[in-house]
Ligand binder design. Structure first.
Ligand code: PLP
Length: 392
């Protein structure tokens, strides 16, 4: 075989599975909870760890193999593990690596559900949670001394703030702290945290990786420098696994990831620039805008700026509620990263449990809306925001 240069991402995404029974291009769904063995000796070989057969779907299912290998390849990781949701993946990672008395340094700007899990479940289990502002690297470095692990996201949900990933990775390595990044907003097409020395990446696959707003899922991807076994054991032991049907849908969604992200990036940049010219829009949060505080760092570490933006309307809650109610193409729905554009008001969704302080820290006001810009025609999206803004 002649040597080939490494494949580009669009090819990795679109490529069918090799070596499948019957030569199928699309791997089938193995919708089974359990697997038959031909003899007790085969089961005994499995129990001794001498067999690559499957025993029971909570321990492993062949439908996972293709999406897991695609995701590990796209993130330049060593192994990927699918989960029932992004939240299940986050919880499994924490349970795998943290014991009572350990300290977790986490960003103060996190997806509300992650912050809720850390404070309501991990803290009562005896883990010390220290949330600091990751825009200030001196605060991060001070917190990392003596810590066990570090968790942050970039860009952040919902106001798309950017954290300097390579700088945080270097600090974690200097202080011997295990690091993880929630890469849901960026996707591996726009940013690859493992390349800059981060140990683990997490995604809610509910979002861009699947891309069609029709499943809930999560994934953890290990770099080659870490032991993946604790996460494998936590998935088996806690049991937040991805159903085979969801894994099949995810595999299908991944085929178009590179193509979709390209369109999300260009639509979001175009809509962000457009919204910035509109009366009544007090502020547009989007790292692709030159005046955005995260722009310089985003330009260094991202290939595209992603498909999510946030706006603050001058008229506060009343104005933003009217705006959302008037939109015809952009759906008033939680979640993000699908082909359909969605709008959601963080004070009613991701930050409904957040305190006043946490909202202020995240830049969430009564008039903030997060828009996940889909892959529709950009002129239709602009017309939709125009007609909705005219109502306020
Ligand atoms: N991380 C981010 C950045 C998210 O936006 C979300 C969900 O909105 C999650 C994690 C949790 O993912 P899931 O809803 O799949 O549990």
């Amino acid at each position: 075989m002649p040597e080939m240069r490494p494949l580009r991402e669009a090819t990795i995404c679109a490529m069918g599975a090799k070596d499948q029974p019957h030569g199928v291009v699309t791997p089938p769904i193995y919708q089974t909870s359990t697997f038959r063995f031909n003899s007790t000796e085969e089961v005994a070989a499995y129990a001794r760890g001498e067999s690559d057969k499957f025993l029971y779907t909570r321990y492993g299912n062949p439908t996972w193999e293709h999406p897991e290998s695609t995701l590990a390849t796209l993130e330049h990781g060593a192994r990927a593990f699918l989960f029932a949701s992004g939240s299940a993946a986050t919880a499994a990672w924490c349970h795998a690596h943290l014991r009572p008395g350990d300290r977790l340094v986490a960003a103060s700007q996190l997806y509300g559900g992650t912050a809720y899990f850390l404070q309501q479940y991990l803290k009562p289990a005896g883990i010390i949670i220290q949330q600091v502002n990751f825009a200030d690297l001196s605060q991060v470095e001070a917190a990392l001394r003596g810590a066990r692990a570090c968790w942050f996201e970039t860009p952040t949900n919902p106001t798309v703030r950017v954290v300097d990933g390579p700088a945080v990775a270097a600090l974690c390595r200097r202080h011997g702290v295990l690091s993880a990044v929630d890469n849901t907003f960026a996707t591996p097409i726009n940013q690859k945290p493992l390349d800059c020395g981060i140990d683990w990446v997490m995604h809610s696959t509910t979002k861009y990786l699947n891309g069609h707003n029709d499943l809930i899922g999560g994934v953890l991807i290990a770099s080659k420098d870490v032991d993946p076994e604790p996460v494998a054991a936590a998935r088996r032991g806690i049991g937040g696994i991805m159903d085979p049907h969801a894994a099949f849908l995810l595999d299908r969604g991944l085929k178009t990831l590179a193509l979709r992200v390209e369109r999300h990036n260009s639509n979001a940049l175009s809509l962000a620039l457009y919204l910035g010219t509109k009366t009544g829009v007090a502020h547009v949060h989007y790292p692709g805008l030159p005046e955005d505080p995260g722009h310089a760092v985003a330009k260094r570490q991202m290939r595209g700026f992603g498909g999510v933006l946030a706006i603050d309307l001058a008229g506060g809650y009343e104005a933003v509620a009217r705006f959302a109610d008037r939109l015809r193409i952009i759906n008033n729905a939680a979640s993000l990263g699908g082909v359909e554009s969605l709008i959601s008001l963080p004070i009613l969704t991701s930050h409904v449990h957040a305190s006043e302080d946490e909202r202020r820290e995240a830049g969430v006001t009564d008039g903030t809306a997060r828009i996940s810009v889909g892959i529709e025609d950009i002129d239709d999206l602009k017309a939709d925001v125009d007609q909705a803004l005219s109502a306020i």
